[in-house]
Design a binder for this molecule. Structure first.
Ligand code: C5P
Length: 230
């Protein structure tokens, strides 16, 4: 991917932002992309769309071959700030906790990950890409110019998710959210394929005590330092 020599800037630099759920990586990644005028990939949305598609087709989330077939032909589009599946606006539907749960189950199936790989790499287009997920820096874009692993304590992440849900008028239970979050973290970190873990060359950013603006700034500083170092 980064075939350019260190002296010629890559035409499509990639910044990867990985981390556990509700760490704030989606918001940070979107703002970093906007600040730099780069494309943005929310890879979690692809796993959520795959789970939603399986649910709609009444395919068991454990049926690896059938779920992978749905993933490889996913009729999904990201346009006008909305997410579409087979012509239906599913922007809100994919954010449901049940779909997130389903996403983390189908994401543990190797054939599903394989089916989504080329699609994710195709987002790497000029002028460059900010990609957020769990394995952006380790598997999908191992040659990324700058990699960040964004974390926050489970308590802080559950609080953030709780606030997001309440702000949307969805009732939520904080202790239950902490339990769900820990279960999802365990599934994401313990799966055998592409487990959630920092790339060896990633900047570790603990945002427990940071707000969004300072997290965005830290990622931008890291990116500019990496560019300057090349
Ligand atoms: O980031 P988000 O919460 O939308 O992701 C939903 C689920 O998709 C995660 O819990 C994770 O299991 C899975 N995922 C993944 N690899 C990615 C992005 C998301 O396994 N790159």
């Amino acid at each position: 991917m980064n075939a350019a020599s260190p002296l010629t800037p890559h035409p499509s630099p990639v910044i990867t932002i990985d981390g556990p759920s509700a760490s704030g990586k989606g918001t940070v990644a979107e703002r970093v992309a906007a600040a730099l005028g780069l494309h943005f990939l929310d890879s979690g949305a692809l796993y959520r769309l795959t789970a939603l598609s399986a649910m709609q087709h009444r395919v068991a989330l454990t049926d690896e071959a059938s779920v992978a077939a749905l993933a490889s032909a996913l009729p999904a589009e990201f346009r006008e700030g909305a997410v579409w599946l087979a012509g239906q606006d599913v922007t809100e539907a994919i954010r449901a906790e049940a779909v997130g749960e389903g996403a983390s189950k189908v994401a543990a199936l190797p054939a599903v990950r394989e089916a989504l790989l080329a699609r994710q790499r195709a987002y790497c287009q000029p002028p460059g890409l900010v990609a957020d997920g769990r394995d952006m820096g380790t598997v999908v874009f191992p040659d990324a110019v700058a990699k960040v692993f964004l974390t926050a304590s489970a308590g802080a992440r559950a609080q953030r998710r709780y606030k997001q849900l309440i702000d949307k008028g969805i009732s939520a239970n904080l202790p239950a959210l902490v339990v769900d979050m820990e279960a999802r973290d365990a599934r994401d970190t313990q799966r055998s394929v592409a487990p959630l873990k920092p790339a060896p060359d990633a900047l570790l950013l603990d945002t427990t005590e940071m707000d969004i603006e300072s997290s965005v700034q830290a990622v931008l500083d890291h990116y500019h330092n990496r560019i300057a170092a090349n």
